[in-house]
Write a protein that binds this ligand. Structure first.
Ligand code: ATP
Length: 231
């Protein structure tokens, strides 16, 4: 296994007075793909937001590559090497595909050419406004934008939700390539159990803001998925 990049230890987080995360501990190593699973409203997006410093932690610690994140301002997150693909595939609607990629760019191996190698559809639409793209293409663009920041940790929040099967397949293929070729640490929130089984190394299942199961994804049997995910 590669070096440990992300470590959350005993993290709690709140929306106002309402506690959303209870004692969350998780780790992601370089080259590892970790799945964060659970039914709707169980705290997956909140966990991702907390890692990015968008939500303050109540107690516990978050370390990225050995550095304590608590003391880091939000804008430092990308600079540290954390690339977020948020739920809802945000990009700038009135910029072209290429402009969307370029404004996200930070020094490193990822360039527009490398992103369009990964997602040829984006290459074909390089000069189109983002608003004219399909939902799946916008999702690819959101992933491309995160890659342009040259992250060491990529956070993908529901990157395949609601997309057509052919597009979902292309996105999973791209994630597989990223894992195999780039030694990236990847934390994925997704409900696609079949695909996660193929490429994830490890999984955490959340229920009401707490971890109810963790282990190698190969150990996630029918009884567990039925009990914790309802599928
Ligand atoms: P989904 O798959 O539906 O996105 P999730 O597992 O990502 O679900 P979260 O979005 O993290 O779940 O929500 C966890 C809990 O926090 C839920 O009870 C939700 O109602 C609450 N919550 C989420 N966002 C806010 C907010 N901005 N203010 C207050 N409570 C919130």
């Amino acid at each position: 296994m590669g070096r440990q990049l992300l470590e959350m230890a005993h993290v709690t987080a709140f929306y106002g007075d309402s506690q959303a995360l209870f004692d969350i501990s998780l780790k992601v190593h370089a080259g590892q793909l970790v799945a964060l699973m659970g039914r709707n409203g169980m705290g997956k997006t909140t966990t991702i937001r907390t890692i990015c410093g968008l939500l303050n932690i109540g107690s516990g610690t978050i370390h990225f590559d050995g550095q304590d994140m608590a003391s880091r301002p939000r804008h430092a997150v990308a600079r540290l090497g954390i690339g977020l693909v948020p739920e809802g595939r945000r990009c700038f609607p009135n910029l072209t595909v290429e402009e969307n990629l370029l404004v996200a760019s930070r020094p490193g191996i990822w360039t527009c050419a490398k992103v369009t190698d990964l997602f040829p559809r984006l290459g074909e639409r390089r000069d189109q406004l983002a608003i004219s793209l399909s939902g799946g293409e916008q999702q690819m663009l959101a992933i491309g934008r995160a890659l342009m920041t040259n992250p060491r940790l990529l956070l993908l929040d529901e990157a395949t939700e609601g997309l057509a099967p052919v597009i979902r397949h292309e996105i999973w293929a791209a994630i597989t390539t990223l894992k195999q070729e780039n030694n990236l640490a990847i934390l994925v929130v997704d409900k696609s159990l079949r695909e996660l089984r193929e490429i994830a190394d490890y999984a955490y299942i959340l229920q009401r803001g707490a971890t109810v199961w963790q282990g190698d994804i190969s150990a996630l049997n029918r009884e567990l998925t039925m009990r914790h995910l309802g599928v």
